[in-house]
Every structure is written in C-alpha cells, then in structure tokens.
Design a protein. Structure first.
Length: 281
C-alpha cells in the first residue's frame, strides 16, 4: 500500500495525476463505504494541506477550504444566512464526527441525503476544483451529477466551497426528518434562506434533500414567496404542497416510501418557512 500526506498542494496534484489515489480527509464516509478492516492504496491524505482548511473572504466571496471541519464551521462567526448550514452541521454525526468530517468530503460523497447540500444550495455555493490543467468553479447543482456522482475529474481535487456575498443576506434554517433525533440518515430534509424586511419576504431560497438523486431547489415556490407578507406565507406554502411533491422524485427504501417522502418533505417545508417568518418577520 502506498500512502502520501503532502504539505504542498503541488505535491498532492502531482501524486493525484500519477497514481489516481483515493483522496482522504476525515474518513467519516470512506470507512463505512468500504467496510473493510483496512484500505488498499494508493491513498492521498490531504489533512496536511493548510490551504484547504479555514474560512476566509476573497473578492466578494466567502471561502470554505475543502478540509474545513464541521466543528470549525460551528465555531465560526458567520452571518445569519448560514443558520441552516450550522444547524445541519449539528446533525452530522456526533461531536467526534463533526470534528473529523469535512465540508469537501460531504460534497464529494454526493449522497442524496447529505445534510449540508440543501443548505449550500440555498447559499448559491460554487465548488472549486484544481488540477495541473488549472482551476475551475462549478455551481453546486452542476458539480453533483447523480447519487454518489460528481463532475470532479480523476486528476482534480476539490479545494474549496465559495459563497457569494449576495447570498449572505437573510436568515437560514434547516429541518430534517429521521427515524430518531440524532445520528440518523434523513428521510427528508429541507433548507431555506429568507430575506425579510418590514414583515415582507424580499427574497427566498428553498431546497429539499433526500427526495431526489440530488437536492432540488424549489424555484417556483421561491418566486411565489418573493414580495409576500410573512403572515400569508404559511397558507401559500400549504396551498403549494402539490407543487412541492411534483418537484421531487424520491425512491422507496427501508427508511420510507416515495409517497411518504413527498408528503413529509412538503410538510417540513411548510414548517420551516413558517418558523423563519415567525422568528424574523
């Protein structure tokens, strides 16, 4: 088995192009997915790359290094728009998992039930990929191509998540339905970010996860909420539940039927929008 833990990004990219290794960070998804006593090489451990950790602001964007842990995010001083992302971070395993698991790893696993993904969609996040061919950025919706599938090339490394400053307005929230309160894969989940002023919704971003191959933005519901008085939003969302169900394409599995997931997702969207309107309207 060959293993490398470089301290320079250039060395990591060299080895990535030459060896096509399994990329490792917190390993909170890797070990459960492989279900073996040990991992066969080659293995590229990116935890020594300091430039892949931390949160900073760069030219009108907030940058989350791909190896930034959920504990780092929970402890960071972030605008209220990140309320949903922080709430999701608290749901990602126990405190040990939150200290090891990374934002980049959660995205690269590309699980339809990845808790961070709907939250990052409401923040219009973009994903940075770097290789010897250069760097590129993709909207999150384009980066995720299917269940456990991404647009990351074999010689590319996800290095950061970027959120535009325009998406840092308003307040974010997150709701998750599972078989129990903690340490559970979502049956359905939703994230929302509402910008509210003078009792009226100026802007809305809503995404549903675990109910389609990748998380879904509810563009029609968002458009309907813009300009609406907060005290009317709950009734509007209730009347729009059939549209929410139609936008989703869940599967039947051991956690719930497709029909149950559609109904549950519509209900938690109603609850989240109402809660945000009550708290901040």
């Amino acid at each position: 088995m060959s293993y490398l833990r470089p301290h320079r990004l250039e060395d990591a990219l060299d080895w990535l192009a030459a060896e096509s290794p399994l990329v490792m960070a917190g390993c909170t998804d890797i070990y459960p997915l492989h279900q073996t006593p040990s991992l066969d090489g080659p293995l590229l451990d990116i935890t020594g790359l300091d430039e892949l950790r931390g949160i900073s602001t760069v030219d009108g964007w907030r940058r989350f290094g791909a190896a930034t842990s959920w504990t780092d995010i929970l402890r960071a001083d972030l605008p209220a728009a990140y309320g949903g992302l922080k709430a999701a971070a608290r749901e990602i395993g126990g405190v040990q998992i939150q200290a090891s698991g990374t934002i980049g790893g959660n995205l690269c696993t590309a699980s339809p039930a990845g808790d961070s993904i709907p939250c990052l969609m409401t923040l219009d996040a973009e994903i940075e990929l770097v290789s010897h061919r250069g760097a590129r950025r993709l909207p999150l919706a384009d980066f995720l191509t299917g269940p456990r599938q991404t647009a990351c090339g074999p010689d590319e490394l996800v290095t950061a998540v970027y959120v535009p400053s325009d998406s840092e307005t308003g307040t974010g929230g997150f709701e998750k339905l599972g078989a129990r309160r903690y340490l559970v894969i979502s049956i359905a989940m939703t994230a929302a970010r509402l910008t509210i002023a003078n009792g009226r919704i100026e802007d809305a971003a809503i995404s549903v996860g675990a109910c389609a191959p990748v998380a879904v933005r509810l563009a029609e519901i968002e458009a309907g909420l813009r300009g609406m008085a907060c005290d009317l939003a709950g009734d509007f969302i209730r009347d729009s539940r059939s549209g929410i169900r139609a936008a989703l394409s869940p599967i039947d599995d051991v956690r719930g039927t497709a029909g149950y997931r559609r109904d549950a997702a519509a209900e938690i969207v109603v609850r989240l929008v109402e809660r945000l309107c009550e708290d901040f309207g």
